[in-house]
Design a protein around this ligand. Structure first.
Ligand SMILES: Nc1ncnc2c1ncn2[C@@H]1O[C@H](COP(=O)(O)OP(=O)(O)OP(=O)(O)O)[C@@H](O)[C@H]1O
Ligand SMILES: *[C@@H]1O[C@H](CO)[C@@H](O)[C@H](O)[C@H]1NC(C)=O
Ligand SMILES: *[C@@H]1O[C@H](CO)[C@@H](O)[C@H](O)[C@H]1NC(C)=O
Length: 277
């Protein structure tokens, strides 16, 4: 009788024991999952934080090239000594072009306007093509970035950039920029109209144009060589005068390169070029 009384009373007492275990499982499992979740969350946030912190230091090369104390002379020096020898990395060119502040127009060419701009306090010349003349822009940039083209008597090229699409009230268009060194005397044509040049001055001008042209025409053979280049539009308006009376050849947009291995030039020769007399 006592046994019988005990047996049923122990059974119901065992059942809450099982449910207690179940309860623990039911509580512990989500708790552990929550802990793991929080841990994962913390890891992700920290990782993200680290990545975010590291991001601005990501391109060390360009940072080095673009350090704020670099002036144009240093950049042009970097450009002629580093890497391919053909020009600054595209990203650096773009960065320079997008931090130029235009000041005033200084000329009008066939393919657009020439402006004087300021970059880090220094004057630069910016030739702006409209998107219609994209091919002229591309061609001129390509010629200026020929390996080993750089010379004392050839206009110092700095950067090419398509400034992206600008939205205006009349639609959208791209602005294509060519950035080069600025020479305040302007073209030889303007210079000769404004100043009387001495015999010695003339010799210096003639010598520098001849040296620049000789360098253009000369073929340099080797991996860091340059092809022979014909200017095809040399005139006093396309020669710029430096402050010290020497000159540089500019406006290489119509130039062609000669490939000596195949004896061909790099664009069809039936294009009409030059300036009408
Ligand atoms: N780097 C520069 N520094 C100072 N002035 C410049 C510079 N580049 C161009 N100019 C001025 O802008 C004018 C126009 O130059 P650009 O070479 O674009 O055209 P152009 O020679 O007049 O025309 P075309 O393309 O028909 O030969 C030049 O005559 C010169 O006065
Ligand atoms: C819009 O106007 C600008 C000058 O404000 C001009 O240079 C450009 O060519 C025009 N674009 C179109 C699509 O007409
Ligand atoms: C004129 O200036 C250029 C660069 O500024 C320099 O390379 C050249 O030697 C100078 N020439 C003379 C004759 O002073």
């Amino acid at each position: 009788m006592l046994f019988l009384m005990c047996a049923p009373s122990e059974r119901p007492s065992k059942e809450p024991g099982w449910s207690r275990l179940q309860l623990t499982v039911v509580i512990l499992v989500p708790f552990c999952l929550l802990c793991v979740g929080i841990l994962l969350g913390v890891c992700i946030v920290q990782g993200h934080h680290c990545a975010w912190k590291q991001d601005p230091e990501e391109p060390p090369d360009d940072q080095m090239l673009m350090s704020p104390d670099k002036c144009l002379k240093d950049l042009i020096y970097d450009m002629s000594t580093s890497g391919s020898g053909s020009g600054l990395p595209l990203l650096v060119q773009r960065t320079i072009a997008r931090t130029i502040v235009l000041q005033e127009t200084i000329g009008k060419g066939r393919f657009g306007e020439v402006w004087r701009g300021k970059w880090r306090g220094e004057d630069v010349a910016v030739k702006i093509f409209s998107s219609r003349d994209e091919r002229s822009w591309f061609r001129e940039a390509e010629i200026y970035q020929t390996i080993m083209l750089r010379h004392e008597n050839i206009l110092g090229f700095i950067a090419a950039d398509n400034k992206g699409i600008r939205l205006t009230n009349n639609g959208s268009w791209t602005q294509l920029w060519l950035v080069s060194e600025y020479h305040e005397h302007g073209s030889l044509y303007d210079y000769l109209n404004r100043y009387t040049v001495s015999m010695e001055g003339m010799v210096i001008l003639a010598l520098s144009v001849a040296s620049g042209l000789a360098h253009l025409h000369m073929e340099i053979i080797g991996t860091q060589g340059k092809p022979a280049i014909a200017h095809r539009d040399l005139k006093s308006k396309n020669v710029l005068v430096r402050r010290n009376g020497t000159a540089v050849i500019a406006d290489l947009g119509l130039a062609v390169k000669h490939d000596s291995s195949t004896n061909t030039i790099d664009i069809p020769s039936n294009h009409r070029v030059g300036t009408k007399r």
